[in-house]
Write a protein that binds this ligand. Sequence first.
Ligand code: NAP
Ligand code: 12T
Length: 335
Amino acid sequence: MASGYNVAVVGATGAVGMEMIETLDKRNFPVKSIRLLASSRSVGKKLKFKGEQLPVEELTDKSFKGIDIALFSAGASRSKEFAAAAVADGAVVIDNSSAFRMDPEIPLVVPEVNPQDVKKHKGIIANPNCSTIIMVVAVYPLHKAKKLVRLVAATYQAASGAGAKAMTELEEQSRFLLGGKPLVKPEVLPQRIAFNLFPHIDAFLENGYTKEEMKMLNEGRKIMHHPTLRVSCTCVRVPVMRAHSEALNLEFEEEVTPEEARKILSQAPGVELKDDPANKLYPMPIDASGKYDCIVGRIRQDCSRDDKKGLDIFVSGDQLLKGAALNAVQIAEIL
Ligand code: NAP
Ligand code: 12T
């Protein structure tokens, strides 16, 4: 029998699930068998893995017999409903949803930041929110060297962050607008996205922030083991198909120059430094799309301060890869 792991992909037909299947293949993860799970709507569909067409099966609590690793990306309610069944059948669950991230018993892992936390798992490991992963990949190396105190972020999040149907919405709206056809009402995103943007990702909370914005604070603190980090954030959806970008204003306990920051980031895992504005080199989502590394650039001293304890940086990262599928497969590799 071939050696390796029996893997299940839950939400295999989704934007993240499809990337998971491809990432397992591309990184030559030792897959002995793979089970592709989705809703009853997808039964009859086939998806390709290593050149072979495999049937999509309906997710039930009997789907996990013999499974070693279950990669979940079918939304938080499916994770809450089915992760326990997978663990009971002996699988380790790597969960992409928000269901378990802030549970103190469950590790929340970005392999470039806190790989050691994987060991503490009791069956479930949570994959952080996509914008948070991209933020910590860029910020943690600077924090390690100079002690981050406060962070103010604005995000520019791609349509694919809201799933496969949101990508279709951006494409169709753009086509309709360019063709002079009347627009149909958006169904997945809360507003028109074509030739527009809106500061509304996930649900609004009592404090005026969105859930997505509070994930940057709460998950950022947990991943970096930095419970006193202060974060404020505005999350914005932009008409980009793929890859999130973030403008980050950083305040450190110690002084740091842009030169030092470039040196640190040039050696940081998962980071591609691209910071040569004179030659029009800076991060952009079209360049980050399809890449494993997050691109960091536009590094400069915060000119609103009298000291050298502030930096501004810009980062673009593929949220379907580093923000989801790649991060999950990297966790499986650590296991
Ligand atoms: P998506 O494209 O809408 O895909 C959703 C997947 O879940 C599909 O495979 C769908 O199957 C499946 N599903 C839905 N309802 C189901 C049910 N009742 N039973 C079984 N399967 C069901 O969404 P996505 O963007 O891939 O996101 C999936 C998860 O990953 C979410 O929890 C999201 O928060 C998280 N995430 C997404 C991103 C991102 O950048 N998109 C990043 C990080 C985390 P059918 O095709 O059969 O409906
Ligand atoms: N609402 O994994 O709509 O917590 O872009 C990821 C993406 C939640 C998450 C989005 C979201 C998550 C979105």
